[in-house]
Every structure is written in structure tokens, then in C-alpha cells.
Design a protein around this ligand. Structure first.
Ligand code: C2E
Ligand code: MG
Ligand code: MG
Ligand code: MG
Length: 284
């Protein structure tokens, strides 16, 4: 029928469109207006402490409320923002939003609440990102660095020059914590992990999604957790969708979990409704 046809057409059409030069051009033009017109929002996904069930952490994930196309996922516009340089301004916006939010949730949810933000390699490599502005902004909000965790990917550590290194050290000095996102999908070098004082490894959801007691992925998850703990690093498992995955990861001593099994990324007001003033046994 027509509806089905339309659906088939769309599912074929959209991915092609998103790779096209026209799409990227249209997005880059719109991106320039998006910040000024307040079209971005941060969604938050809880990060659950698997020992206490507390929710004292959340990851901020950006969404673009495009006036014509509706909600655009970061996977579809972050690469364009990186290519055009718009990521610098967007990244600064993400940071200031997250700071305001964590200030509020330290009042309403937990005094040690932390928000993780995703930081693009382009931001790390750019001379235009002045971390001192970030530190000043935190101080203006009465917060120390620990309120913010910066998530970055493994690739960054491998080809990091002096600009990246100095930023990582400055963040650590300011008390910010560092999480290595999508761990296991890039080039993992243990020496870099040690050198840069990484606080959290986030096991990529690719290893979690097919987790069963017998799978190869279970050997990977179990040994990553053991290795991280020997290095004094906490582990966050991403993409937990089933009880079985949660039970296996808990059994291996994984510290934190994140995934649809607990909660999808949700707007800030919903997050607060769900997690403010909860008892431990009701946390998710
Ligand atoms: P990420 O940082 O690895 O974030 C995890 C992604 O997995 C999120 O997708 C989240 O919604 C999704 N996810 C969480 N739990 C589950 C689950 O149980 N199952 C499945 N299938 N997926 C789950 P999202 O929000 O679409 O973000 C995609 C990527 O876009 C992020 O991956 C991150 O690399 C990037 N991104 C998001 N927000 C920002 C931002 O503010 N700045 C930058 N530079 N990148 C961002
Ligand atoms: Mg992340
Ligand atoms: Mg540290
Ligand atoms: Mg990830």
C-alpha cells in the first residue's frame, strides 16, 4: 500500500541524502543560525552506580530542534559541525548549559552530582578553546572542576600533540574528570591512558549489546573491567538493554551502567522529576 511504499522510500532516501553534499551544505547553513535561534537542547541519560543504585551522574547528549526537519540526532550534524568549525561554539554552549544544570541538580538531586559532556577532538585541537574561560565559568557558578566529566574518544590520545596534552593536563589540574568514550572501538593504548590520568573507561555498547555468558564479548568486558581496576580506573558500561547484560556486568564488578534498560536520554525537566528526592531503592 501507499503508506508502506512511502516508508520504504523514506528509509532509502534519508541515508543517501545525509551523505550528500547538498545535505551537508544545507546543514552547515542552518547550523550557523541554530545557536542564535536557541534550537539546541541537552538531553540527559542517567549513569547508575551499580553497587548502590544511586544516580549521581548523567551524560548530556545534544539534540537539534530543527524548525523544518524536526529533531536531528547528533550523529547527523556533529560531523558537519566539526567540518565547518561550528563545533567550537556549539561545544562552548554545551559546556555552559551543563554547568547551569549541574549547579541546579547539586541542589535538587545530590550534592556530588556530575554531568558528563562529549568533547570533539576538534575542540581539543583548536587554539580557540580557552579552557580558562571554562574554569572561570565554573567558579562563577560556585562549582569546582569535579562537577564536569569530559568524555573524549581514544583516537584523540593517539595523535595528540602538545595542544591536546596541555588541555588534558589543565582539565585534570582543575579537578575535572576524564572519561574515555567508546572504549574498545579505536586504538587503545594503555600507556596513554596512564599518562593522561583517565578516570573512567566507557565500554562501548558494541561489546555490551550481544553480551551473553558464553560470548567473546563477555571475555572482553570482564578483562577490560579487571584491567581498568588494576589501573585505578572506574568502568561505565554503555548501552545496557537487558537484565542479563546488567547481571553479567555487575558480577564482573563493573562500577556504573548506562542504557535503555534503565532510561533513555530525556529532557532536563523529566530527568529532574524522575531522580530528584528518590530513595535508593527507587533510583531507576
Ligand atoms: P556517545 O557519547 O557514545 O553516546 C551514547 C549514545 O548511545 C547516545 O546516542 C545514546 O542515546 C545512545 N544510547 C544510550 N543507551 C543506549 C542503549 O541502551 N542502546 C542503544 N542502542 N543506544 C543507547 P546519541 O544521543 O544519538 O549520541 C550519539 C553520539 O553523538 C554520542 O555518542 C556522541 O559521540 C555524540 N554527541 C552527542 N552529544 C554531543 C555533544 O554535545 N558534543 C559532541 N561533540 N558530540 C556529541
Ligand atoms: Mg559519550
Ligand atoms: Mg583525574
Ligand atoms: Mg559512547
Amino acid at each position: 500500500n501507499a503508506k508502506q511504499q512511502g516508508r520504504n522510500q523514506r528509509s532509502h532516501y534519508v541515508p543517501l541524502m545525509k551523505q550528500s553534499t547538498q545535505y551537508k551544505y544545507a546543514v552547515s547553513t542552518d547550523l550557523r543560525k541554530a545557536l542564535a535561534s536557541d534550537q539546541f537542547r541537552l538531553f540527559y541519560q542517567p549513569i547508575i552506580d551499580l553497587k548502590t543504585q544511586n544516580v549521581h551522574k548523567a551524560e548530556a547528549l545534544i539534540r537539534w530542534y530543527h524548525p523544518v526537519q524536526g529533531i536531528i540526532s547528533p550523529a547527523d550534524f556533529i560531523p558537519v559541525a566539526e567540518a565547518t568549525g561550528a563545533i567550537i561554539e556549539i561545544g562552548n554552549w554545551v559546556f555552559t548549559e551543563a554547568v547551569k544544570q549541574v549547579e541546579s541538580w547539586r541542589e535538587t538531586i545530590a550534592s556530588d552530582f556530575q554531568i558528563s559532556i562529549n568533547k570533539s577532538p576538534i575542540q581539543f585541537k583548536s587554539e580557540d578553546v580557552h579552557l580558562s574561560n571554562w574554569f572561570d565559568y565554573l567558579a562563577q557558578h560556585g562549582l569546582s572542576g569535579e562537577a564536569i566529566v569530559v568524555e573524549m574518544t581514544e583516537g584523540l590520545l593517539m595523535d595528540s600533540g602538545p595542544v591536546v596534552a596541555s588541555k588534558l593536563f589543565a582539565m585534570s589540574d582543575a579537578g575535572m574528570q576524564i572519561a574515555l568514550d567508546d572504549f574498545g572501538t579505536g586504538y587503545s593504548s594503555l600507556s596513554y591512558i596512564k599518562k593522561y590520568d583517565v578516570d573512567y573507561l566507557k565500554i562501548d555498547q558494541a561489546f555490551v549489546s550481544n553480551l551473553t555468558a558464553e560470548s567473546d564479548d563477555s571475555a572482553i568486558c570482564e578483562s577490560v573491567i579487571a584491567m581498568a581496576h588494576k589501573l585505578g580506573i572506574k568502568v561505565i558500561a554503555e548501552g545496557i538493554e537487558t537484565k542479563e547484560q546488567l547481571e553479567l556486568l555487575t558480577q564482573w564488578g563493573c562500577d556504573y551502567g548506562q542504557g535503555y534498560y534503565f532510561c533513555k536520554p530525556i529532557p532536563a525537566d523529566q530527568f529532574e522529576q524522575k531522580y530528584a528526592g528518590l530513595k535508593a531503592d527507587q533510583d531507576y
